[in-house]
Design a protein around this ligand. Sequence first.
Ligand code: GLC
Length: 816
Amino acid sequence: MRFTPHILAAACASIVPVHAAAAPHTVGAVVQTLPSDDGLDLRLSSGARVHVGFVTADVVRVRMTPGGRFAPDVSYAIAGTPPTSRATLTTHEASVELRSATGTRVVIGTRPELAISVYDGAGKLVVADDPARPMAFNPVDGTVETSMRRDDYELYYGFGEKTFPLSRHQQTMVMWNSDVPDYPAGHDPSYESIPFFIALHDGKSYGLFFDNTRRSWFDMGKTDPHRYSFGAAGGELDYYVFTGGPARTPAGVLRDYTALTGRGALPPLWALGYQQSRWSYMTQEQVLDVAHEFRRRHIPADVIYLDIDHMDGFRVFTWNPKTFPDPKTMLDRLHDAGFHAVTIVDPGIKFDERYPIYRSGREQGIYVRNADGGELHAKVWPGICAFPDFTSPAARAWFGSLYKAPLDLGVDGFWNDMNEPGVFAPDDFKQPDISLGPHKTFPLDARHAGDGIPGTHAQYHNVYGMQMARASFEGLRNLRPDKRPLVLTRAGFAGVQRYAAVWTGDNSPTWTHLALTIPMLTNLSVSGVPFVGADVGGFMGSPGAELHTRWLQAAALTPYFRTHSNDVSAPREPWAFGAAYERIDRATIELRYRLLPYLYTLFADNEQSGTPPMRPLWFAYPGDARARLVDDQFLAGGDLLVAPVLHEGQTRRDVYFPQGDTWIDWWDGTRHAGGTAAQVAAPLDRLPLFIRAGAGVPVAPVVQNTGEMKNVPLTIAVAAGAGGTSHVFQDAGDGYGYRQGASRTITVTQDAHGVRLEMPPNRGYQRVGAIDIIGLAAAPAGVRIDGEPARDVHFDAATRRLRIALPNENVKRVEF
Ligand code: GLC
């Protein structure tokens, strides 16, 4: 069968050079089946070959190669080699059925066209090929594509970093990492491409990951609401369907996706503190002044950033001798003041014969090459640059080793930027310089090593940034095996979470961009990337005081919390907006620090389960129809509901409380039933915040930086009224001891009579000093600790909080 090329494939053609657009061929009928342990190998009448198999009992993988030979089974996205799981085979008249150990079934229709359907263990359909648009390939330009049937109300989340509304149904999207400063809402593509989504329909989920690093596209029911399609400008059609297991929950899908593509490693505790950046703090004195000002004004902060101007002529891994003559002393002083320092490291290495790093890279032969074999040169901040080929192990090892010098000086973390890769238009570029265009990255025929599978930039563009982050992460881990690296990256692909935190690039100081942070960050989170944040205040200019204050509040409980602004913006330190705002902004940052033990526990959980710290409501409440499109609230973990003010002048806002739980106002103890909405007070100095009844959330007293946290006692804030169990994870805050058991997990259980505590021995962690009961209507008649009347108890009627001090950590039970 032949059909006209898909509309988006045609759109790709304007950028990916294709020859005369021959019509795609469908793969045709199955002419031969060859059973394998995990499933079936199929030969098709078109000459294509397809493999359908189980990765695990609940994950199905489909591969199609037009030419009849599969490429080596390696993937940048996948951590290690994908496992396989046994399939049982049944052959019918015009179909073959594969069944896994859990009863997940794949039904493969063999004629007139290959048609694959996946059913869950309960017999419910998960995905089915659309017979009107079978799997296809274009023998001339190499594009591949397929289409699935779509139900009217199926919603789609994920896709990495997109500027679209929360659910991406009826959207088309392109995966092609792009440097688009000041991106308007709805602009696509963006810096990060993750071709993975979670579908939600009737409360049930599944996930689909299209593992193809080339320019790819998704049409999620825009062209035809009864189908969605995806494809790529070459390579194999290689995709995974995650049924999510028997429960078909979003968390189950993400657990299985991150089991395959890896989980975000636990960051060092300091990286969860407040981070202050600017392009640029121009001198070492200015850096120290800013740090000093935080301490003088008692505004907590952990990290200060050094943008490109700290370098000598923007040469990476150098210091400007005039403005940063003594970085070592500066870094020592920062450390003495409890700060960590992060420097920017771009991929472009100045083409300069007198620059030893350039020469060393050339001698090692690690730069990206043009099609003609010459060193690829393009312009970025330092002028003409060469670029390490991060798809070469030798280049990664070389680049990773360069971190030794800044580490030895005392730099603590690193920020990889411009790694889409983004480059400037060449001087002789005659066209209008639009923000997105083929001239903004490497030529598509540039050559990459591809870790043993040499290929073009068209093939490896989307993984360039992620492999740079990998070079940084692995270099740092080798150089300092006892420290957890902090790497921040702008570009990435599926699996980037193994190496780096991600921020959403050059956003704008507008209310629209503030509101956009929630759909952007929650969708990145459910794309497997836990450590995400947006520049507070908007990078591309100067926010007013109100916008800045609201933005800081909205970001305070997002995983990565950094203020950053461009070179022409007004100062944006928390004191830059006057005393009244400074007071509010300090309290916002203090809230972050108070809840840090909770956020840290969420990251530890993420490493175990793949469940991200920042969650959209639908993720935790897939059965709640009203939660599915809520894009102006988010969950910080399972226990806190955050409803920031996102509109100018607003001092009240509507909040939806997801069904099945009761929610208690953090500030005044008011209870809200799940499944209801309420208008809540949100004066400028208040971030609307709610705790789930039954939860136990660890809270710390305010400290000025995480280095001070060890010595302050924790309070467990228990939201009264429903049974429930919570955990608090504690360890040294850095290093890998926790993987060898150097940690403890405190269990807090609430029942009808009070709270039970299980505290393993404390090997130097924060001790638990008190319990706060939130949301009590009145002071209880009596409080008992392990059967004895409690001595130190205080009830605050205004906040409906009962504070019970604990005499020691041997307490097992508190009754009230
Ligand atoms: C890019 C980055 C931005 C940085 C600037 C200068 O625009 O996205 O964060 O400040 O480059 O390095």
